[in-house]
Design a protein around this ligand. Structure first.
Ligand code: ADE
Ligand code: ZN
Length: 337
């Protein structure tokens, strides 16, 4: 089964590029940029990655980004990610980036996006991986700061397919950002939002009704509201679920308790993604493998999840058809029937 998963053509729809900063690269960049980090060794870093909730993770995650200083650093970060997923049969990735995490500490927006963009071009030409960028607003900052970010991004509009909402969910409902998202939509961005990760189902409603989100990032707490689940199924709103993240951040106490299989069986358009793989113990294959094992997913389930991701991707119909054909051929050959 693990070989079936490794060979499965996959799409990643929920990945924070800053969350792919592996400890080894963190040390390299710290040395290159002469930045002090509060760790002695890679093992020391790994030991610190013990989280009790979303905020306990975010505190360490934002601290880690301090080593990212130059355009080349952002290129190297993204290139390390693309190289890894090339070995995991990922065909297309939609990457979140958090410009405010960097501009707040004096790094220019241009520096961040130029490094990532150049890496995306190389991933396409050298590895055959297509990708898109999704710019996130940090919800622990103000809507005014979000508006300022939208202005800063104007020059680079063609490099960004969508905007999203991330960071501390509790007490930062999507409704606070309604005007920011109105403006982003007017400017032609597609919309996604983190909701129902730690926050209540009500935040998922707000993301759909007020922000007009096309997908919900996480959304696992939607199961607490039967009306919401009906709505998600009827409208086939995709959920970008991140199983290892949910365990590491104590959303579920163990993988066997995760509701992904239940939602899949009900007809929710669920996908499997890796969120912040350097912090949560695995990239997309490791997420698929953990869920398959603990929730006993069949090959048909795994095929459906990959197929859902193609449907949910921000790609044109031709590219989706091509990916679907490749997936169907793989499944036909390896479905074990
Ligand atoms: N930023 C990076 N990872 C995140 C997550 N899981 N939830 C909210 N914001 C994030
Ligand atoms: Zn996320």
């Amino acid at each position: 089964m693990n070989d079936f998963i490794r060979g499965l053509p996959k799409i990643e729809l929920h990945l924070h590029i800053e969350g792919t900063l592996e400890p080894k690269l963190m040390f390299e960049l710290a040395k290159r940029n002469k930045i002090d980090i509060p760790f002695e060794s890679v093992e020391d870093v790994r030991k610190a990655y013990n989280f009790s909730n979303l905020q306990s993770f975010l505190d360490i995650y934002y601290q880690g980004t301090n080593v990212l200083q130059t355009e080349q650093d952002f290129y190297d970060l993204a290139w390390a990610y693309f190289s890894r997923i090339h070995n995991q049969n990922v065909r297309h990735a939609e990457l979140f980036f958090d410009p405010q995490t960097h501009t707040e500490r004096g790094i220019l927006f241009d520096t961040v996006i130029k490094g990532i963009h150049r890496s995306q071009e190389d991933a396409q030409s050298q590895l055959g991986i297509s990708s898109q960028l999704i710019m996130c607003f940090l919800r622990h900052l103000s809507p005014e700061a979000g508006m300022k970010l939208l202005d800063e991004a104007r020059l680079y509009k063609d490099w960004i397919i969508a905007v999203g909402l991330d960071s501390s969910e509790k007490d930062h409902p999507p409704s606070l950002f309604e005007k920011v998202f109105d403006k982003a939509r007017d400017q032609g961005y597609l919309i996604v939002a983190h909701a129902g990760e730690e926050g209540p189902a009500e935040y998922v409603w707000e993301a759909l009704d007020l922000l007009k989100s096309r997908r919900i990032d996480h959304g696992v707490r939607s199961m607490e509201d039967p009306k919401l689940i009906d709505y998600l199924i009827k409208n086939q709103i995709p959920l970008t679920v991140c199983p290892l993240s949910n365990i590491k951040l104590c959303i579920f106490s163990k993988m066997g308790d995760h509701n992904l299989k239940q939602m899949l069986d009900m007809g929710v358009c669920v996908t499997i993604n890796s969120d912040d793989p350097a912090y949560f113990g695995g990239y997309i294959n490791e997420n698929f493998i953990a869920v398959q094992h603990d929730l006993n997913l069949s090959r048909a389930d795994l095929y459906k999840i990959s197929s859902n991701a193609i449907t949910a991707a921000f790609l044109n119909e031709e590219k989706k058809q091509n990916l679907k054909k490749e997936l169907d051929a793989y499944y036909l050959k390896n479905s074990g029937k």
